[in-house]
Write a protein that binds this ligand. Structure first.
Ligand SMILES: NC(=O)c1ccc[n+]([C@@H]2O[C@H](COP(=O)([O-])OP(=O)(O)OC[C@H]3O[C@@H](n4cnc5c(N)ncnc54)[C@H](OP(=O)(O)O)[C@@H]3O)[C@@H](O)[C@H]2O)c1
Length: 220
């Protein structure tokens, strides 16, 4: 599938992975709109009205990608209900509402791509919400692929990616530890994820699938 002039919406404006994907898609000739909570156009996945408005404003699209994520990390004993709900809004409920409002506007051959994550397959203490939301994304992609066919719906599950979201840590030590353990023996770059996302968008026989772009980290 040729991306020239394909209209593609990416949600999650602040994400380093979204920025890389937007740049790669634009270089391939696609017309890309990146939307977030503080962009024009604006969208907040906790707010159905903003999703409805964006769908109506954009009109027909070829592909929708949601990379949005909100975190509610920490031990189960200290979880805050509102933060948990916000995490489910960003990854599960918001994408469900994106499907509700955008499916009627998706052109033939189009698709939806959602973002899961390796925590679903390799949970660790303190990441119960992340593991559960990411696992739900994989099932949501399967359910939507069946219900919205022939619109294709897929999920992409990154491993540890140097996307900017780890910059608050001593990330070199963390990255060295991850790279020593995973089968690819390195951490991921946003371009690794972008390349797989473009495959999911353009391959007409991939639907209802989760693409693991994790260096094998879910197995290590
Ligand atoms: N980076 C990794 O190592 C890694 C690993 C596993 C999975 N993933 C997944 O890959 C995706 C991209 O990761 P990343 O590291 O590039 O991104 P990120 O830094 O986690 O950014 C996520 C984006 O989601 C946006 N967002 C949060 N709540 C939203 C809402 N209610 N409505 C609209 N947008 C909302 C944030 O917006 P603001 O800019 O407004 O805050 C931010 O731009 C995420 O789904 C993440 O869970 C990443």
């Amino acid at each position: 599938m040729n991306l020239t002039d394909q209209k593609i919406l990416i949600i999650g404006a602040g994400s380093g992975i979204a920025a890389q994907l937007a740049a790669d898609l634009t270089a391939s000739g696609a017309k890309v709109t990146v939307a977030g909570r503080s962009t024009t156009p604006a969208v907040d996945l906790t707010d159905e009205d903003s999703i409805r408005r964006l769908a109506s404003d954009l009109g027909e699209v070829d592909h929708i990608v949601s990379v949005a994520a909100a975190h509610a990390n920490g031990p189960v004993s200290g979880l805050d209900r509102d933060a948990v709900h916000t995490a489910f809004d960003a990854k599960v409920i918001g994408p469900l509402l994106l499907a509700k409002h955008f499916a009627p506007h998706i052109r033939p051959g189009g698709s939806i791509l959602l973002f899961s994550g390796v925590a679903a397959w390799r949970p660790s203490p303190g990441l119960a919400v992340m593991a559960t939301t990411n696992a739900a994304v994989a099932t949501l992609a399967e359910a939507l692929a069946v219900e919205l066919a022939p619109i294709r719906v897929n999920a992409l599950s990154p491993g540890i990616i140097d996307s900017g979201s780890w910059d608050h840590l001593d990330k070199q030590a963390f990255f060295a530890d991850v790279a020593a353990k995973n089968p690819a023996r390195r951490i991921g770059h946003p371009s690794d994820v972008s390349a797989a996302a473009i495959t999911a968008l353009t391959n007409p026989f991939i639907t209802g699938t989760t693409l693991h772009v994790d260096g094998g980290g879910r197995l290590a």
